[in-house]
Design a protein around this ligand. Structure first.
Ligand SMILES: C[C@H](CCC(=O)NCCS(=O)(=O)O)[C@H]1CC[C@H]2[C@@H]3[C@H](O)C[C@@H]4C[C@H](O)CC[C@]4(C)[C@H]3C[C@H](O)[C@]12C
Length: 324
């Protein structure tokens, strides 16, 4: 399972948790403007917006899981297993392989509005990256500081939904996730009043009772509600440190601890990494399961006019700051 979220203070933040039972070899990867993207059905894109994000780099090619571009647009792919369907190649449309979707959008669009236009001409096809890396069944969130959309490749084609919460998890399809928020409309960060029975002397015996009923399990539908509630009620200062800190707390509300989600005997899904991008400044912050110290990579400290990807292997070991 995975969870993605947006957050706005003075700047705009975009990030995700990546929950899985193994890592492909994730690296913070910067693709500068002149890296030649060779699209399988669309030819070569000689120059494009620079991108920073998490990727598995295979044979020099950045297979992005999530990222932002230099214009402040963010995009993340999350599992959508069983529902994701890719189309056959169609003449006259922009045929984009599933693994090319993130560079196609982040390389060419400044905003969600522009992304909608490109997606309108697009046909998402299942051309695999390689025999060893077949198409992943994903759906995507695309966000800028003003709005978010969810893109779902289903049997009928690509569905694009407005995403007013700025949150995405996994199954079921997005309209159902949104519908289920109706179940929680009564929840509040404030203490409840006794509406149950006036003749009973019911009291608030604990803080936090206004959100009693907010799910805490790791299912995708529960994480959707939990992170939406946390994000929407979040309060933080505007500074970079306060915003980044609050963002990690928002995604921390759906963190997966080893042992709580068994996927096979003795195999557990865990939060492999959590990311938080300052989309305005081009900074990719992350923590990993064993390293809760925030690490940052700033795309603007690299030569964005270059032609080769720049890779930062994750610092995965715990960094304890001893005080004595
Ligand atoms: C496994 C990841 C999604 C994690 C997730 O959503 N887990 C939820 C589990 S559950 O179903 O809901 O139970 C996805 C997100 C991005 C994916 C990667 C990216 O799409 C980039 C390439 C794409 C290639 O086609 C396959 C390898 C790959 C490198 C993908 C491997 C894997 O499918 C990733 C890493």
């Amino acid at each position: 399972m995975c969870t993605a979220a947006t957050y706005k203070t003075k700047d705009f933040y975009f990030g995700r948790t990546l929950d899985y039972e193994f890592s492909y070899g994730d690296e913070v990867t910067i693709t500068p403007r002149n890296y030649r993207f060779n699209f399988r059905h669309m030819g070569i894109l000689e120059s494009h917006y620079a991108i920073i994000g998490m990727a598995y780099v295979a044979g020099g090619y950045p297979l992005y899981y999530d990222g932002i571009n230099e214009k402040g647009l963010g995009m993340a792919g999350l599992n959508f297993v069983g529902n994701a369907k890719f189309q056959p190649i169609e003449e006259g449309r922009d045929n984009i392989a599933q693994f090319e979707f993130i560079p196609w959008i982040l390389g060419r669009c400044q905003s969600v509005k522009e992304a909608r236009e490109l997606i309108g001409r697009m046909n998402l096809v299942s051309t695999p990256f390689s025999e060893q890396l077949p198409s992943a069944q994903l759906h995507w969130i695309i966000s800028d500081s003003e709005e978010s959309i969810t893109v779902e490749p289903v049997a009928e084609g690509l569905k694009v939904y407005d995403n007013p919460v700025g949150v995405l998890t996994n199954n079921p399809p997005f309209p159902q996730q949104m519908f289920m928020l109706n179940n929680y409309m009564n929840l509040s960060p404030r203490q409840p009043e006794n509406k149950f029975a006036s003749e009973l002397d019911l009291t608030t015996y604990s803080r936090g009772m206004g959100a009693l009923g907010l799910p805490g399990d790791l299912s995708s539908a529960s994480r959707f509600a939990k992170v939406a509630f946390t994000k929407i009620n979040s309060v933080s200062g505007n500074s970079e440190a306060e915003s980044v800190s609050q963002f990690f707390h928002i995604l921390g509300s759906v963190d997966q601890q080893r042992g709580c989600c068994e996927v096979a005997e003795d195999k557990y899904e865990i939060t492999l990494y959590t990311s938080c991008c300052n989309a305005k400044k081009g900074i990719y912050y992350y923590t990993t399961y064993d390293n809760q110290q925030i690490t940052a990579v700033d795309m603007n400290r690299e030569n964005l006019d270059g032609a080769e990807v720049v890779r930062y292997p994750l610092i995965k070991e715990q960094q304890i700051n001893w005080q004595n």
